[in-house]
Design a binder for this molecule. Structure first.
Ligand SMILES: Cc1cc2nc3c(=O)[nH]c(=O)nc-3n(C[C@H](O)[C@H](O)[C@H](O)COP(=O)(O)OP(=O)(O)OC[C@H]3O[C@@H](n4cnc5c(N)ncnc54)[C@H](O)[C@@H]3O)c2cc1C
Length: 431
């Protein structure tokens, strides 16, 4: 098959680019390695759930203008989150009022920093000693948990900018799940003439100026005048011989090196459905209820949990990110489930057996072990802007690169970043 523009990857970036280019009259083929659209957006009832659950992206973080505009165009409403925030440390649960009390001091030191350094070095320099141990741990846990970052690699300047923002923003969810937006975009792109091929993993791209040849795992071959690669950073970072590795011939050594210098954090999401919202009330078997649970942050092995409030459905999501998720990337799902249930038992003052008896459905989504993702989302390392600029630079007017991982702006690691990057790549391709 031959086309004018071949787009590799039908996630948010690829789908938006496909719609834009097809609407502008370009001949577009969009190829996707999975048997579904959406990439790191994956709403489904897999695992026997009674409700559609988000295996990947779930919230709108902050303003996100492009995402909101597309949701509005698609007629998909958003719902604010609700419920109480809890903190559990040393087995004791209490309402969590703020991220942490030392934030003003932390920000003061971060703003006084004249040169960027990694978080771990910054904390060692300004908050060393036993007096600051708890604070160092809390800050590290937050960067690792929320940004999926490695404290030994994440930029202190990037965290300063993120934490200086308005933390009071709500994080709504798209009604019915993010995948509805992906399906709508795919439909729009196809109506405009784009062709979509699923189950087509590109293993090798041979290129020369004005010509691209893709060899695919299913034996098919595709050629195009130009290609837009929207594969995740984890795919760029894979080494030859590793699952997900995408060969380029000739190789792009500067692009590959830039990708490897960037941060791409792992996440394991644990989705659990129970017979009832058993965390709401104390019983003989459950001594630490968490009524109206919205979000929970803790010192448990699977530390972060949330409900779907204001939707009362009896489901909980557990979240493990950063180095702790990396360590468990090869852990069998049965062991991850066991660890999740024992974390939750600790948080609720009950036993894993009690929880297991009432478990109706479960699903473990291990993004670090997914060869077509290689992780969950990007975080900023030192000199990230330079590396992103290198990775996103087009090659000989023939190869173009987009996706969440090359986005440079305030919405790093989000669906918004993917959309913005896809829109920018489409603009370049139309020039
Ligand atoms: C657990 C998790 C939670 C998240 N939470 C949020 C959130 O709450 N809010 C938010 O805004 N963002 C969130 N994100 C981030 C958001 O999901 C991503 O930034 C965004 O979806 C990325 O879109 P993309 O198009 O850049 O990449 P992807 O969605 O990864 O799309 C790239 C596509 O390329 C395909 N592909 C890869 N290699 C090949 C190949 N060789 N051949 C063919 N196809 C290939 C992949 O299968 C994939 O479909 C989360 C991500 C994860 C994983």
């Amino acid at each position: 098959m031959h086309t004018d523009i071949l787009i590799i990857g039908a996630g948010a970036a690829g789908l938006l680019a496909a719609r834009t280019l097809a609407r502008a009259g370009r001949q577009v083929v969009l190829i996707e390695g999975r048997n579904r659209l959406g990439g790191r957006i994956h709403t489904s009832t897999d695992g026997g759930f009674s409700y559609p659950m988000e295996g990947g992206a779930e919230f709108l973080h902050g303003e996100v203008p492009l995402t909101r505009q597309l949701l509005q165009e698609a007629g998909i409403a958003c719902h604010d989150t609700a419920g109480l925030n809890y903190e559990v440390a040393d087995g004791q649960a209490q309402p969590a009022e703020s991220f942490f009390d030392d934030m003003p001091l932390l920000l003061e030191k971060l703003h006084a920093l004249s040169e960027d350094k990694v978080l771990a070095d910054f904390l060692d320099q300004y908050f060393s000693g036993d007096a600051h141990r708890a604070m160092r741990e809390q800050v590290t846990r937050f960067a690792e948990g929320y940004d999926a970052a490695d404290a030994q690699r994440v930029s202190a300047f990037a965290l300063r900018d993120e934490w200086s923002g308005n933390g009071a923003e709500d994080s709504p969810r798209p009604e019915g799940g993010y995948s509805r937006l992906m399906e709508w975009l795919a439909q729009e792109a196809q109506q405009a003439g784009a062709q979509l091929l699923l189950n087509t993993i590109v293993e090798e791209i041979r290129w020369q100026p004005g010509s691209v040849h893709c060899r695919c795992a299913n034996g098919s071959a595709l050629t195009a005048a130009r290609a837009l690669l929207t594969v995740p950073l984890g795919v760029w970072q894979a080494e030859r011989g590793q699952p997900g590795y995408l060969a380029l011939e000739p190789e792009l050594p500067k692009h590959r090196a830039a990708a490897r210098a960037l941060g791409f954090g792992p996440v394991i999401k644990v989705l659990l459905e129970f017979d009832t919202p058993l965390w709401q009330e104390a019983t003989v078997a459950l001594t630490q209820p968490l009524p109206e649970l919205g979000f929970l942050f803790s010192d448990a092995p699977i530390p972060t949990w949330w409900s779907q409030l204001p939707d009362p459905r009896p489901v909980l999501t557990g979240w493990l990110a950063g180095p702790a998720a990396h360590q468990r990337r090869l852990t069998p799902e049965a062991d991850l489930l066991r660890e999740a249930l024992s974390s939750l038992a600790y948080l609720l003052g009950t036993t894993p057996e009690f929880l297991r008896k009432q478990l109706r459905a479960h699903r473990i989504v291990n993004w670090a072990a997914d060869p077509l993702a290689g992780g969950a989302y990007a975080y900023a390392t030192l000199d990230a802007a330079t590396h992103r600029a290198t990775l996103s630079s087009s090659v000989a007017g023939t190869l173009f690169i987009a996706g969440e991982g090359v986005y440079d702006g305030p919405h790093i690691g989000t669906v918004e970043a993917a959309f913005a990057s896809g829109a920018e790549a489409a603009r370049q391709l139309l020039q």
